[in-house]
Ligand binder design. Structure first.
Ligand SMILES: C[S@@+](CC[C@H](N)C(=O)[O-])C[C@H]1O[C@@H](n2cnc3c(N)ncnc32)[C@H](O)[C@@H]1O
Length: 425
């Protein structure tokens, strides 16, 4: 039997390429020490999937015949270990992959011999294998959906010619950022010079698991932290977080506006239960309501001084953290953009005079934010842009604060986001 780490990676790859599923955030929870190997291996396989398959093809007896997914997975995992994981021995990389190929569920037993022969040959010169893989065109690892997302990320900044540079940046595993919830920041974390609330791991520092488990801090991408560093000094007594799970932004809103009454909505029952628990553990006082936010907003008569719509979206801006994104079907976009517009309209109707509405998506696609902003400017001329973010984070040039938040994907490290802020009265 292959080791649990490799079985986890094989399952995750089958989930992505067989079922079209995202890799769950905690897919490696039970792996302990081996989580590191599993994360690295899965990352290499997903980030280089196109090149790995292209390398295999000419090495097959009949390249015109399709290769079963079980064989593709076993070979990709074996090649990735040989090429990019020098700590894994030749023997482990080859034999574990042969075992995977022999597995009836995850492999394709008739190709056991083929996997063995190809990997043994590749293991003879691992540096040459790595060089051959790197020499294949990077575009093999990009689906049409990812090409489009990259173009859309660069277009507002007039940087269309930087696509390869952006892709290269997104191939690096993301560096985590943290936020203090209680007490002082722990040793090994240093302040992020651009985002006041954010901490980064010091050079050579280790992941602060005990500190996170103690509840004194949380992981939050620095783009989300910058988004929530809006400048707003009007009174905020009532806050609505319309799409709240898993609760990172609800927590930050509670810290920013102590004493405000917070309502947190979440449509998905399990995510709502999780949100309730997380907020309790973090001692965040908020009323959690499991509901479709658009429906809830359409029937409530309450008004809020601050509304955050962190809308469900394609997640194109998260493809550094989710290297499976390029390989998933993105046929949900029309449903998502319809829902986003409904959420935004319903939220705008419940904004108190002189209140602040922030609409955000972790996506670069203009149809998920910019199109809604333009549409709303026509449909609701009473809503005005609220210039709440410092210059440099928006698409407008100059030194004045901006009402649009869309950090430059090459000059800013972190997830890709688009947001805009509105007020009225
Ligand atoms: C981008 S995530 C929110 C992340 C969250 N704001 C945070 O920072 O931790 C979007 C959330 O909206 C939820 N959602 C999707 N459709 C919804 C709807 N119609 N009403 C309310 N929540 C919805 C999803 O289940 C998901 O948890």
């Amino acid at each position: 039997m292959p080791t649990p780490a490799r079985l986890h990676v094989a399952h995750a790859l089958h989930g992505v390429f067989g079922e079209g599923e995202r890799v769950p955030d905690i897919w490696d929870r039970d792996l302990g020490e081996d989580a590191h190997l599993a994360q690295a291996l899965l990352g290499h396989c997903l980030r280089r999937w196109g090149r790995l398959q292209a390398w295999v093809k000419p090495n097959l007896k009949d390249p015109s015949r399709g290769v079963p997914l079980g064989t593709q997975v076993a070979l990709a995992m074996g090649l990735a270990q040989l090429a990019w994981l020098p700590g894994v021995s030749d023997h482990a990389a080859v034999n574990e992959s042969v075992l995977l190929a022999a597995d009836r569920e995850l492999g394709f037993p008739p190709h056991k011999g083929l996997v063995n022969a190809l990997l043994r040959r590749a293991a003879k010169d691992r540096a040459a294998l790595a060089a051959q893989l790197e020499a294949l065109p990077a575009s093999l690892d990009r689906s049409p959906a990812v090409e489009q997302a990259l173009r859309m990320a660069l277009a507002p900044h007039g940087a269309a010619d930087q696509l390869e540079a952006l892709w290269a940046r997104l191939q690096q595993p993301p560096r985590p950022a943290f936020r203090v919830l209680k007490g002082e920041s722990p040793e090994g974390l240093v302040p992020d010079l651009e985002v006041p609330s954010a901490l980064r791991m010091a050079e050579g520092g280790s992941f602060p698991r005990p500190w996170l488990e103690s509840g004194a801090g949380m992981v939050q991408d620095r783009t989300s932290q910058a988004l929530l560093a809006y400048a707003w000094n009007r009174p905020v007594a009532r806050i609505l977080d319309a799409c709240a799970a898993p609760g990172g932004k609800t927590t930050a809103l509670a810290r920013r506006h102590p004493g405000a009454e917070i309502t947190a909505l979440e449509a998905h029952p399990r995510r709502a239960a999780r949100l309730r628990l997380t907020l309790q553990q973090r001692e965040v006082e908020a009323e959690v309501i499991q509901a479709d936010a658009a429906e809830w907003l359409e029937r409530t008569e309450e008004a809020f001084d601050l509304i955050l719509v962190d809308a469900p979206c394609s997640g194109s801006g998260t493809l550094q953290k989710h290297p499976e994104w390029p390989w998933l079907a993105h046929d949900e976009l029309p449903r998502l953009t319809g829902l986003q517009r409904r959420l935004l309209t319903a939220a705008a109707d419940r904004l108190a005079p002189r209140g602040l509405l922030i609409y955000a998506v972790c996506s670069w696609l203009p149809e998920e934010a910019e199109a809604h902003r333009e549409w709303l400017a026509e449909a609701r001329p009473d809503l005005r842009p609220a210039t709440v973010w410092p210059a440099g984070l928006g698409v407008e040039s100059g030194t004045a604060p901006t009402a649009r938040f869309q950090p430059h994907p090459l000059r800013w490290e972190g997830e890709g986001f688009q947001a805009f802020a509105l007020t009225w009265g």
